[in-house]
Design a protein. Structure first.
Length: 252
Protein backbone atom coordinates (compact mmCIF):
# COMPACT_ATOMS: atom_id res chain seq x y z
CA UNK A 1 0.00 0.00 0.00
CA UNK A 2 1.32 3.42 -0.97
CA UNK A 3 0.28 6.58 0.85
CA UNK A 4 0.29 10.18 -0.25
CA UNK A 5 -0.68 13.40 1.54
CA UNK A 6 -1.27 16.79 -0.07
CA UNK A 7 -2.64 20.20 0.83
CA UNK A 8 -5.86 21.81 -0.40
CA UNK A 9 -6.90 25.45 -0.36
CA UNK A 10 -10.14 24.82 1.53
CA UNK A 11 -9.55 21.53 3.34
CA UNK A 12 -7.68 20.81 6.56
CA UNK A 13 -6.17 17.58 5.29
CA UNK A 14 -6.15 15.56 2.06
CA UNK A 15 -5.10 11.92 2.08
CA UNK A 16 -4.72 9.52 -0.84
CA UNK A 17 -3.42 5.97 -1.09
CA UNK A 18 -3.13 3.08 -3.52
CA UNK A 19 -3.85 -0.44 -2.33
CA UNK A 20 -2.87 -3.86 -3.62
CA UNK A 21 -5.49 -6.50 -4.31
CA UNK A 22 -4.12 -8.45 -1.33
CA UNK A 23 -5.05 -5.51 0.95
CA UNK A 24 -8.70 -5.70 -0.12
CA UNK A 25 -9.21 -9.33 -1.11
CA UNK A 26 -12.55 -10.73 0.11
CA UNK A 27 -13.10 -14.26 1.35
CA UNK A 28 -14.96 -16.87 -0.65
CA UNK A 29 -17.57 -16.88 2.13
CA UNK A 30 -18.30 -13.21 1.43
CA UNK A 31 -18.57 -13.84 -2.31
CA UNK A 32 -20.94 -16.71 -1.61
CA UNK A 33 -23.06 -14.57 0.68
CA UNK A 34 -23.28 -11.53 -1.59
CA UNK A 35 -24.36 -13.80 -4.46
CA UNK A 36 -27.20 -15.04 -2.25
CA UNK A 37 -26.00 -18.55 -1.40
CA UNK A 38 -26.22 -20.05 2.08
CA UNK A 39 -22.80 -21.06 3.46
CA UNK A 40 -21.33 -23.99 1.56
CA UNK A 41 -24.19 -24.11 -0.96
CA UNK A 42 -22.61 -22.44 -4.00
CA UNK A 43 -22.75 -24.51 -7.18
CA UNK A 44 -19.62 -26.12 -8.59
CA UNK A 45 -19.27 -23.59 -11.47
CA UNK A 46 -19.57 -20.68 -9.02
CA UNK A 47 -17.02 -22.26 -6.67
CA UNK A 48 -14.53 -22.88 -9.48
CA UNK A 49 -14.90 -19.41 -11.02
CA UNK A 50 -14.64 -17.69 -7.62
CA UNK A 51 -11.49 -19.56 -6.66
CA UNK A 52 -9.88 -18.75 -10.01
CA UNK A 53 -10.74 -15.06 -9.69
CA UNK A 54 -9.39 -14.88 -6.15
CA UNK A 55 -6.13 -16.49 -7.27
CA UNK A 56 -5.26 -14.64 -10.41
CA UNK A 57 -6.94 -11.25 -10.86
CA UNK A 58 -4.30 -8.91 -9.41
CA UNK A 59 -3.59 -7.45 -12.85
CA UNK A 60 -7.14 -6.14 -13.35
CA UNK A 61 -7.19 -3.95 -10.24
CA UNK A 62 -6.32 -0.29 -9.81
CA UNK A 63 -7.46 0.33 -6.24
CA UNK A 64 -7.30 3.86 -4.85
CA UNK A 65 -8.91 5.62 -1.91
CA UNK A 66 -8.73 8.80 0.07
CA UNK A 67 -10.46 11.50 2.02
CA UNK A 68 -10.61 15.25 2.52
CA UNK A 69 -11.20 16.65 6.02
CA UNK A 70 -13.29 19.79 6.58
CA UNK A 71 -13.34 21.21 10.10
CA UNK A 72 -15.65 24.15 9.42
CA UNK A 73 -19.12 22.57 9.31
CA UNK A 74 -22.62 23.25 10.61
CA UNK A 75 -24.83 20.25 11.46
CA UNK A 76 -28.51 20.89 12.15
CA UNK A 77 -30.09 17.70 13.47
CA UNK A 78 -33.51 19.30 13.66
CA UNK A 79 -33.57 19.95 9.92
CA UNK A 80 -31.30 16.99 9.08
CA UNK A 81 -28.94 19.33 7.25
CA UNK A 82 -25.20 19.77 6.93
CA UNK A 83 -23.48 22.91 5.66
CA UNK A 84 -19.88 22.69 4.40
CA UNK A 85 -17.99 25.31 2.38
CA UNK A 86 -21.20 27.11 1.41
CA UNK A 87 -22.87 23.86 0.30
CA UNK A 88 -25.99 22.58 2.05
CA UNK A 89 -26.82 18.87 2.24
CA UNK A 90 -30.19 17.38 3.18
CA UNK A 91 -28.92 14.20 4.85
CA UNK A 92 -32.22 12.78 6.02
CA UNK A 93 -33.09 11.82 9.57
CA UNK A 94 -31.01 8.63 9.80
CA UNK A 95 -27.68 9.99 8.55
CA UNK A 96 -28.02 13.29 10.43
CA UNK A 97 -28.76 11.36 13.61
CA UNK A 98 -25.71 9.15 13.15
CA UNK A 99 -23.51 12.25 12.81
CA UNK A 100 -24.66 13.73 16.13
CA UNK A 101 -21.72 15.44 17.84
CA UNK A 102 -19.63 15.78 14.68
CA UNK A 103 -17.23 18.74 14.74
CA UNK A 104 -15.78 17.98 11.31
CA UNK A 105 -16.33 15.63 8.40
CA UNK A 106 -14.18 13.56 6.09
CA UNK A 107 -15.44 13.37 2.50
CA UNK A 108 -14.20 10.10 1.03
CA UNK A 109 -13.98 8.27 -2.26
CA UNK A 110 -12.59 4.85 -3.09
CA UNK A 111 -12.49 2.82 -6.30
CA UNK A 112 -11.52 -0.62 -7.53
CA UNK A 113 -10.68 0.88 -10.93
CA UNK A 114 -11.99 0.23 -14.43
CA UNK A 115 -10.20 -3.07 -14.97
CA UNK A 116 -12.65 -5.28 -13.12
CA UNK A 117 -15.75 -3.91 -14.87
CA UNK A 118 -14.05 -4.24 -18.26
CA UNK A 119 -13.04 -7.80 -17.39
CA UNK A 120 -16.62 -8.58 -16.33
CA UNK A 121 -18.03 -7.22 -19.59
CA UNK A 122 -15.54 -9.23 -21.64
CA UNK A 123 -16.51 -12.43 -19.89
CA UNK A 124 -20.21 -11.72 -20.41
CA UNK A 125 -19.78 -10.99 -24.12
CA UNK A 126 -17.50 -13.99 -24.69
CA UNK A 127 -20.04 -16.49 -23.42
CA UNK A 128 -18.92 -16.88 -19.78
CA UNK A 129 -21.67 -15.14 -17.81
CA UNK A 130 -20.82 -17.01 -14.60
CA UNK A 131 -17.31 -15.56 -14.39
CA UNK A 132 -18.57 -12.16 -15.53
CA UNK A 133 -21.28 -12.05 -12.89
CA UNK A 134 -18.92 -13.15 -10.11
CA UNK A 135 -16.27 -10.63 -11.20
CA UNK A 136 -18.90 -7.90 -10.90
CA UNK A 137 -19.78 -9.02 -7.36
CA UNK A 138 -16.09 -9.30 -6.52
CA UNK A 139 -15.56 -5.69 -7.60
CA UNK A 140 -18.25 -4.53 -5.18
CA UNK A 141 -16.66 -6.43 -2.31
CA UNK A 142 -13.14 -5.26 -3.10
CA UNK A 143 -14.02 -1.57 -3.12
CA UNK A 144 -15.84 -1.88 0.22
CA UNK A 145 -12.90 -3.75 1.75
CA UNK A 146 -10.53 -1.11 0.39
CA UNK A 147 -12.64 1.62 1.95
CA UNK A 148 -12.52 -0.27 5.25
CA UNK A 149 -8.73 0.11 5.09
CA UNK A 150 -8.95 3.82 4.26
CA UNK A 151 -11.44 4.32 7.09
CA UNK A 152 -9.10 2.57 9.52
CA UNK A 153 -6.28 4.92 8.47
CA UNK A 154 -8.62 7.89 9.01
CA UNK A 155 -9.54 6.61 12.48
CA UNK A 156 -5.86 6.31 13.43
CA UNK A 157 -5.07 9.80 12.12
CA UNK A 158 -7.99 11.32 14.02
CA UNK A 159 -7.13 9.50 17.24
CA UNK A 160 -3.84 11.38 17.32
CA UNK A 161 -5.91 14.59 17.28
CA UNK A 162 -8.19 13.34 20.05
CA UNK A 163 -11.11 12.73 17.70
CA UNK A 164 -13.29 9.71 17.02
CA UNK A 165 -15.15 8.79 13.83
CA UNK A 166 -18.63 7.64 12.88
CA UNK A 167 -19.47 4.99 10.32
CA UNK A 168 -19.45 6.07 6.68
CA UNK A 169 -22.59 7.17 4.84
CA UNK A 170 -23.20 7.65 1.13
CA UNK A 171 -25.75 9.52 -0.99
CA UNK A 172 -28.48 7.11 -2.03
CA UNK A 173 -28.54 5.31 1.33
CA UNK A 174 -30.62 5.82 4.48
CA UNK A 175 -32.78 8.54 2.92
CA UNK A 176 -29.92 10.71 1.66
CA UNK A 177 -30.79 11.61 -1.95
CA UNK A 178 -28.33 10.32 -4.55
CA UNK A 179 -28.58 13.64 -6.43
CA UNK A 180 -26.49 15.26 -3.70
CA UNK A 181 -23.54 13.25 -4.97
CA UNK A 182 -22.86 16.18 -7.31
CA UNK A 183 -22.45 18.60 -4.41
CA UNK A 184 -20.34 16.08 -2.53
CA UNK A 185 -17.85 15.86 -5.39
CA UNK A 186 -17.41 19.63 -5.29
CA UNK A 187 -15.68 19.04 -1.94
CA UNK A 188 -13.10 16.76 -3.56
CA UNK A 189 -10.13 17.68 -5.75
CA UNK A 190 -10.83 17.17 -9.48
CA UNK A 191 -10.55 13.50 -10.55
CA UNK A 192 -9.69 12.52 -6.98
CA UNK A 193 -8.62 8.86 -6.99
CA UNK A 194 -9.52 8.79 -10.68
CA UNK A 195 -13.27 8.92 -10.00
CA UNK A 196 -15.66 11.17 -11.93
CA UNK A 197 -19.41 11.74 -11.97
CA UNK A 198 -21.73 11.46 -14.94
CA UNK A 199 -24.54 13.98 -15.45
CA UNK A 200 -26.87 11.51 -13.73
CA UNK A 201 -24.62 11.39 -10.62
CA UNK A 202 -23.28 7.94 -11.46
CA UNK A 203 -19.67 7.36 -10.49
CA UNK A 204 -17.12 6.22 -13.05
CA UNK A 205 -15.48 3.73 -12.59
CA UNK A 206 -18.65 1.95 -11.53
CA UNK A 207 -16.99 0.04 -8.69
CA UNK A 208 -16.52 3.13 -6.57
CA UNK A 209 -17.92 4.44 -3.29
CA UNK A 210 -18.13 7.95 -1.86
CA UNK A 211 -19.69 9.71 1.08
CA UNK A 212 -18.94 11.29 4.45
CA UNK A 213 -17.69 10.27 7.87
CA UNK A 214 -18.33 12.35 10.97
CA UNK A 215 -15.40 13.36 13.20
CA UNK A 216 -15.56 14.62 16.75
CA UNK A 217 -14.68 14.13 20.38
CA UNK A 218 -18.14 12.82 21.25
CA UNK A 219 -19.31 11.04 18.10
CA UNK A 220 -20.23 7.36 18.25
CA UNK A 221 -19.46 4.75 15.62
CA UNK A 222 -22.76 2.94 15.68
CA UNK A 223 -23.41 -0.24 13.68
CA UNK A 224 -25.43 0.16 10.49
CA UNK A 225 -29.16 0.12 11.25
CA UNK A 226 -30.63 -1.77 8.29
CA UNK A 227 -34.08 -1.80 9.89
CA UNK A 228 -34.17 2.00 9.55
CA UNK A 229 -33.23 1.96 5.86
CA UNK A 230 -35.59 1.08 3.01
CA UNK A 231 -32.88 0.33 0.43
CA UNK A 232 -33.35 -3.34 -0.43
CA UNK A 233 -30.50 -3.87 -2.92
CA UNK A 234 -27.68 -3.12 -0.48
CA UNK A 235 -24.35 -4.92 -0.09
CA UNK A 236 -24.30 -4.37 3.67
CA UNK A 237 -27.77 -5.88 4.03
CA UNK A 238 -26.66 -8.99 2.12
CA UNK A 239 -23.44 -9.40 4.09
CA UNK A 240 -25.27 -9.07 7.41
CA UNK A 241 -27.74 -11.78 6.38
CA UNK A 242 -26.90 -15.11 7.98
CA UNK A 243 -28.26 -17.32 5.21
CA UNK A 244 -28.00 -15.19 2.08
CA UNK A 245 -31.01 -14.25 -0.03
CA UNK A 246 -34.34 -14.80 1.63
CA UNK A 247 -35.85 -16.37 -1.47
CA UNK A 248 -33.01 -18.83 -2.08
CA UNK A 249 -29.86 -18.79 -4.15
CA UNK A 250 -29.79 -17.43 -7.68
CA UNK A 251 -29.60 -19.82 -10.59
CA UNK A 252 -26.12 -19.57 -12.09
Amino acid sequence: MQRQGTDSAHADNVFHCRLDFADSKPTFADIEKVLGYPPGRATAPVLAASQELLRGTERIWSIEGGYVVYSSISLDNGHHSLDVQGLSFDLGQVVAGQLTGAEAIAVFVCTAGRGVEEFSRRQMSSGDPVTGFIADALGSLVVENAMDRVQALLAAAMEVRGLRITERYSPGYCGWRVEEQKQLFRLLPPDFCGVRLTDSALMQPLKSVSGIIGLGRSVTRRPYTCRLCDLEDCLYRRLKSETGAADGAPTI
